[in-house]
Write a protein that binds this ligand. Sequence first.
Ligand code: MSP
Length: 493
Amino acid sequence: MHRFYITTPIYYVNDKPHIGHLYTNVIADTIARFKRLDGFKVFFSTGTDEHGQKVAIAAKNKNLHSQDFVNTMSQYFRNFNHDFYITSDTFVRTSEATHKDYVRGLWLSLLKGNHVYQGKYSGWYSFKDESFFQESEVINKKAISTGNSVKWIEEDCFFFKLSQWQQPLLEYYKSHPFFIRPLNRKNEVVSFVKSGLKDLCITRLSSRWGIRVPGNTGHVFYVWFEALLSYLSALDKKVDFWPVDIHVVGKDILRFHAIYWPAILMSLGLKLPKTIISHGWLLQNGKKISKSSGKTIDPYAFTNICSTDYYRFYLIRQVPLDRDIHFSVLDLKLRVNSELVNKLGNLLHRVCSLIFFHCNGFIPCPGSFQYEDTLILSKAYSLVVVVREAVNTQDLRKALDVLIKLVIDANIYIVDNKPWDHHILRRSTVLYSLSEVLRIVFILLQPFIPELAAQALDYLGIQDRSFSFIDKKFAITPGKKVMKPRIIFKKIL
Ligand code: MSP
């Protein structure tokens, strides 16, 4: 069985999860579910990033000890995964002993390999971004890319020899054209690396809340350095899953993943990730929805009007990976009502009602197939390859696009072929063909809208839902019972 390792970033616990985190999680979860159904042995990791000054300040503001604070906050993220059906296989916490031991062990390997040295750092640092910035990236004491304030710091630290990896990184980007997706973001990374890489300060003296560097140095590891290593500690002993197949990250943290991380891995002599997907931001009033700016949208706020699957559908269908979009409840309603409810829900309900009333609730036995039946069936069968290809190239939007197009065609087919008007044989063929189309559609939709797809497949009496079954043609069995019609896809009012 092929292995597949996918990750989300580990989330800062300075505040509760928001809709932006849900977006990252949903992308990763959809791909993880798809690969599982497609026969891969998947390892999907997520977790919380619990050290650093940003988190320490948040704990102090609440008058709590940092460890107590992160214990509570991390639990919000764990619950969040559960509540939104995120199927991660592990949840890393960077304040846990396993992770700390890994980090110290990997540090010793870097030390041994002569990849780090002691020196003095002086430069700009942003607490909100937990990031160092070069002179050219700062204007009026603000980081140009994030708008967050920066502070001049001078302190002793250990440097990682990042500069020595400039050429190997450029070569790697060249020989692995799909290492970073989408392409526009890859170009930004390449030009940043070409402009010259400086060695990276990977320990902090002024910060106390972190993993202590071995050897009584008084240093703790720079939060990003240890956070990246969580992708290794997450695996614990399941080393067979290495290298990572897909890292899903927002565009704001691409540099850490596409530059620092591969350089650290090269120093450790480990294989590099195959692909990094970098998505855009969800915006509100033109600004990134973020904890630090106070502009968050609580994903739980709309759970009374819409289900988790509706969110999932909206986030994947509406948001192009290479752009930022404004998060709007109105858009969510329009998208869900027009496509999921009116097109897909309507088709399902119509077909099942007709089977229920005209065929006593049993999938009918088809007569001879006419041109239009074969056409809609072949469109459905050919979709399997197209959807798989779209997901394998991380174009989840395209996968939904072709699925919805098929649903539109099936709605036209039902109107053109009027199974309610016809002789029993013709009616049976049309309803059989439509059940087969629905089988393909809902099996393929499982990773995207898992709860609703499961209900629809139950409704149609389809048991075998893996993709190995989907490749079979005419697989829906005549004589199977469908359930009494009821509305699964409810309109958002
Ligand atoms: N802790 C680091 C990641 C370390 S990974 C080794 C971090 N955490 S974060 O909580 O600030 O962000 C985690 C993810 O959420 C990032 O991928 C980020 O892009 C994403 N998002 C946070 N706000 C977002 C939006 N408003 N819109 C879309 N995604 C957003 O960075």
